[in-house]
Design a protein around this ligand. Structure first.
Ligand code: BEZ
Length: 259
């Protein structure tokens, strides 16, 4: 485990560099880390592909994803309290992601040996093994590709970015959280449910929707098509606002009552 004083020294080294508005020396590489400008990644873009070291060996994103969805998320640094709880939560929720054909992959700009040491702390404090890969992006290759370093928030550490990538490798969600706030990973599952419903059933999900609640029919679907697609019917509140029960959802007990 990294001793508190070692962590404090590392943190102070980074903060000093940040104050001087320059990237700190990367002691492993023996050279200053450059942060060149890269084009933004936006919704609908092809997710930038990469190969990078991880706690589960080198990962080539597209190959690793195969036909799955992916959640790629960054956190500011290893051995930090909020990040520790986040990784524990994602490890606990892994079966929920798997049910939805989603692979999860974390990232910070710390080197692999620190990830490996931190994994012990995560298991010890969160009661769950780190059961998904954590990219060791010490050269900031992936962080730059995905614009995960916001220099006015912190010169060198990644912010809490999230990218949901679909099996066609299209970016479907981008979220950016500050270092101070741990993410709500149930919300990511909710978004994945919504995106998968939209792809499969030509519907969208209203504000604060939860699985099982009514959905709305995409404006591109005509009323004639809607009548075929949604045999349980729909309510037309306005020509552009048509509400229908969630297509792939049977309310509990309904099947039994029909039998
Ligand atoms: C954390 O993960 O606990 C954290 C990281 C950077 C700043 C504040 C909190």
């Amino acid at each position: 485990m990294l001793h508190q004083s070692q962590y404090a020294a590392e943190k102070s080294r980074r903060d000093d560099a940040a104050k001087q508005k320059r990237a700190p020396r990367d002691d492993r590489a023996g050279s200053r880390v450059a942060l060149p400008q890269t084009p933004w990644v936006r919704l609908g873009d092809k997710a930038p592909d990469f190969t990078q070291d991880s706690t589960q060996g080198p990962i080539h994103l597209y190959e690793w994803m195969g036909d799955s969805w992916a959640v790629l998320f960054s956190h500011p640094a290893d051995f930090t309290p909020v990040c520790t709880t986040e990784l524990g939560m994602v490890a606990r929720l892994k079966p929920e992601f798997e049910t939805r054909n989603v692979k999860v992959i974390g990232l910070s700009v710390d080197p692999l040996f620190r990830h490996d040491m931190w994994a012990h702390d995560i298991a010890q404090t969160q009661g769950v093994e780190l059961n998904f890969p954590l990219l060791a992006d010490a050269d900031r290759k992936v962080a730059q590709l995905y614009d995960m370093i916001h220099p006015n928030a912190h010169a060198t550490e990644t912010v809490r970015s999230v990218f949901i990538i679909d099996p066609k490798k299209t970016v479907r969600l981008i979220l950016t959280y500050p270092a101070e706030t741990g993410r709500n990973f149930d919300e990511l599952l909710r978004v994945i449910d919504s995106l998968q419903l939209a792809d499969d059933h030509k519907v969208a999900t209203p504000a604060n929707w939860k699985p099982g609640e009514d959905v709305v029919i995409l404006p591109s679907v005509s009323n004639t098509e809607a009548a075929e697609l949604f045999p349980r019917g729909y309510k037309e509140l306005k020509p552009y606002l048509r509400v229908t029960p969630q297509p792939n959802f049977e309310p509990p007990g309904q099947e039994a009552s029909r039998a």
